[in-house]
Design a protein. Structure first.
Length: 80
């Protein structure tokens, strides 16, 4: 399923980070990965932090309507 979001990024070389930062970031991610695995196994329902907002549903529906019957556009480059 495609959510209609095109994202682009730039890879950073590992030489731009020092070893301490790398270890810190990896260690920081371990509890989050464990929690995500536990949530998946127990099928925990996500907690909503506020009232339901239908804007996302409207945006997804509008994107689906606009994409019907046409092919996906090629990725854009920095040049154009």
């Amino acid at each position: 399923m495609h959510a209609g979001i095109d994202a682009f990024g730039v890879a950073a070389s590992s030489s731009s980070d020092n070893a301490a930062s790398f270890v810190t970031y990896r260690l920081r991610g371990l509890p989050a990965a464990g929690r995500a695995a536990a949530d998946a196994v127990t099928a925990r329902v996500p907690v909503r932090l506020g009232p339901y907002e239908p804007a996302l549903d409207d945006a997804v529906a509008a994107g689906r309507e606009g994409r019907e019957g046409r092919e996906a556009s090629p990725p854009r480059t920095l040049e154009g």
